[in-house]
Design a protein around this ligand. Sequence first.
Ligand code: SF4
Length: 187
Amino acid sequence: MSRPVQYNNTVKFAGIPEGYMGDGFMATNFEKVVGLARKNSIWPLPFATSCCGIEFMATAASHYDIARFGSERMSFSPRQCDLLMVMGTISKKMGPILKQVYLQMAEPRWVIAVGACASSGGIFDTYSVMQGIDQVIPVDVYVPGCPPRPEAILDGFMKIQELVHNESLRRRQSDHYKELLNSYGIQ
Ligand code: SF4
């Protein structure tokens, strides 16, 4: 006997940006449309070096399903991604490599430090471990935990979505942003 068909009635569609609507037309702000599109199609670059990377694998798998956010397309080419997700212990020797990957990403780009190690060195307060990736690249969101559960990674991801959605198109040309990059020696 065939099983009864079940419909998922809880699917939510992306909200329509604020604007003016009438019969057959809608007018809104260009930034809002771009923000909406970017927010729902973030392509992550998983830079995973240790245990936190395993939690990310669970986040990408069917149960937690990062594809719900339009982000199932992992990119291992920095030129084709928007979000650098750093997961795991980063040694000082790896710092320049991480920075190079960041530099190869096109603007606009965002960064999440996933877990205690990427955020602050974690339990490894040793001569060889970098005490947080923000020593070499700017970070937008920090996810605490050792390791953070997939729910926490998704929460951090949704914080990034908020940033992406609300970011001004002019931010990357602003003096403030240039100063931030200059402080990391990036022109
Ligand atoms: S934060 Fe904990 S779980 Fe994550 S990489 Fe470091 S030691 Fe591993």
